[in-house]
Design a protein around this ligand. Sequence first.
Ligand code: HPA
Length: 276
Amino acid sequence: MLLDMGKITEAAKYISSKLNKTPQFCVILGSGLGAFADHLEEKIEIHFFEIPHFPESTVAGHRGKLIIGTLKGISVVVLQGRLHYYEGYTMDQVVFPLRCMLYLNIPNLIVTNAAGSVQADYKPGDLMIIRDHIKLHGDSPLRGMNIDDFGPRFNDMSDPYAREIRALAKECGKNLGIELKEGVYYYMTGPSYETASEVKAINILGAHVVGMSTVPEVIVAAHGGMKVMGLSCITNMGTGLLDQVIGHEEVIKAGELVEEKFIRLLQTIISRWSGL
Ligand code: HPA
């Protein structure tokens, strides 16, 4: 698969035509977490389908809009809805929006998701700062021709979720009285939820939560030198930890229940981070 720089350039230029300055942050909102964007000021909303070559999100709970706005004067661009590998997109398509953000020279990325817990002490409603991830799935968004303007052929992954930002996020949580876990996110391509044996294996491998997103975008962001923070909202216990089944409606509902603390936390982190 060849990276189509022509398409990325065209899409990014379209987005750029709506901006009056380079945003400091890109925020990707996961399932059930879209309400963060409702609180922005000076908002401009663009549907994914309006942007040349932008793939469209097909999942319930993902709204498929790019929202440009400000938060206490800080310029942000929000992807309300994202693209997943399980929707049938190639990895290149999944990370297409992120590559546009890199093209626009946006320096910071906050990536959020809904995730299942793979161990007893991470419960629905908990928020987890992502310390690191595990991806054993073979495909990579960086497979194929390397674009040296974005980053090197073999890129470092020793600190993809910046240590200093994790520390800042934890401090913000403490100040706000919001308990934050810090752990490892395991990437599964889905769309099936895991078997009980997979959940057990993922836990043994050292992860705390499991989900079907985030990692492709973070790999591309790390390759391109963006500073990244990841935040998981735990929406359910992984298969086998409780005697019950998992459904997408439950995941969306749990996301909505943490909405208020999630939004307060993100707003505080962005405000502090922009002053670094
Ligand atoms: N597994 C995978 N992805 C998820 C889950 C889960 O249990 N919950 C939310 N996204």
